[in-house]
Design a protein around this ligand. Structure first.
Ligand code: SF4
Ligand code: SF4
Length: 335
């Protein structure tokens, strides 16, 4: 447990948490919407500080991050709780309930990451943003050791804490679940606009990839996909990788699993404006591979979590990458 960052003390021992746009006003003894920040005697504390709900060494592709150190592994960990309550949450057991966890010290958690012989830490599984104090304390140590930090997040952030995070976070995968504000309110109990603002800020300072879970009948219309793709192309850049992921019924949503043909249609629409579009949770052929957007040369192959960078991906002396066939610059951080 640690005193939280970003809160204001109010009358009657209440506090207002200012970490995320919910701005919960929390009475003494109670927790905020995310279940993890608690009012203890008029002070806001991070109740899940350095309490990982799980740890594992994963391929970076599993996050998913396809254009950041492809083929490498990363120490993955994360907390209980979430700032959203998505009715389709694929990790509801850890995002919507408080589980028994054991606190470790920031130094010990950082040491496990540094000793893991991976590229660094991925904060993931539920919503890592509510682990803000943990990420700042652990992530600083990871960074000092020359390793990287990445976050897999819903992007529901406030600008000031995000600026702090971006001093130590190298890459993020952010969910844009829909371009419809009503979708966010109805199905996630949050707002769309702060998520889009986070994406724009992150793109300026770190490596960014976007994930969209395509849900049957909710966000899979042509109009909706075109809006998402236009936002990415215009505001983030057409070189921003987009992962379109297949939905399966889960938690409170019983809509049928996304049809393969819907995924393929979404992929084709997205490719009209975006250079790198991938399909996830499906076996569609070639849709996890990276091709040069100009000449079509195969640059990275992925099968399951087996990744191979081909000789076509040419690393430049300045660390950037180009297509070996046509010399086009490829937005990819090499291994
Ligand atoms: S981080 Fe949690 S407690 Fe703080 S405003 Fe967001 S939901 Fe509320
Ligand atoms: S943001 Fe992610 S972890 Fe949180 S409730 Fe939604 S799907 Fe679950």
């Amino acid at each position: 447990m640690k005193t939280a960052s970003y809160f204001t003390r109010l009358d009657d021992h209440k506090v207002r948490c200012e970490l995320c746009p919910h701005h919960c006003v929390i009475r003494e003894g109670k927790r905020g919407f995310c279940l993890t920040r608690q009012n203890k005697d008029g002070i806001l504390v991070s109740a899940n500080y350095c309490r990982p709900v799980s740890t594992a060494v994963d391929p970076i592709e599993k996050k998913p991050l396809y254009h950041f150190r492809p083929g490498r592994t990363i120490f993955s960990t994360g907390p209980n709780g979430c700032t959203f309550k998505c009715s389709f949450c694929q990790n509801c057991e850890i995002s919507q309930e408080i589980l028994p966890t054991r606190e470790v010290s920031a130094a010990k958690l950082a040491r496990s990451i540094i000793d893991s012989r991976t590229i660094g830490a991925a904060y993931t599984y539920s919503e890592p943003y509510i682990w803000y104090e943990t990420i700042m304390d652990v992530g600083s140590r990871v960074k000092e050791a020359g390793l990287c930090n990445v976050m897999v997040t819903n992007g529901y952030m406030e600008p000031a804490p995000l600026d702090d995070l971006l001093r130590i976070v190298d890459a993020m995968n952010i969910d844009i679940k829909s371009m419809n504000p009503d979708f966010y309110r109805r199905l996630c109990k949050g707002e769309l606009q702060p998520v889009l603002r986070t994406c724009e800020t992150v793109k300026k300072h770190a490596h960014l990839e976007i994930t969209n879970l395509l849900i049957t009948g909710e966000n899979d219309s042509e109009n909706e996909i075109r809006k998402l793709v236009s936002f990415i192309a215009t505001n983030l850049g057409s070189d921003t990788p987009l992962h379109i992921s297949r939905y399966f019924p889960r938690y409170k949503l019983a809509h049928p699993a996304t049809a393969e043909r819907s995924l393929l249609s979404a992929w084709e629409l997205a490719r009209e404006k975006l250079d790198f579009v991938y399909l996830g949770n499906t076996h569609a052929r070639d849709k996890a591979d990276t091709f040069c957007p100009s000449c079509g040369a195969l640059l990275v192959t992925r099968s399951g979590y087996r990744t191979a960078v081909t000789r076509e991906l040419a690393r430049q002396p300045d660390g950037s990458t180009r297509c070996g066939t046509c010399s086009r610059k490829i937005a990819l951080v090499p291994a």
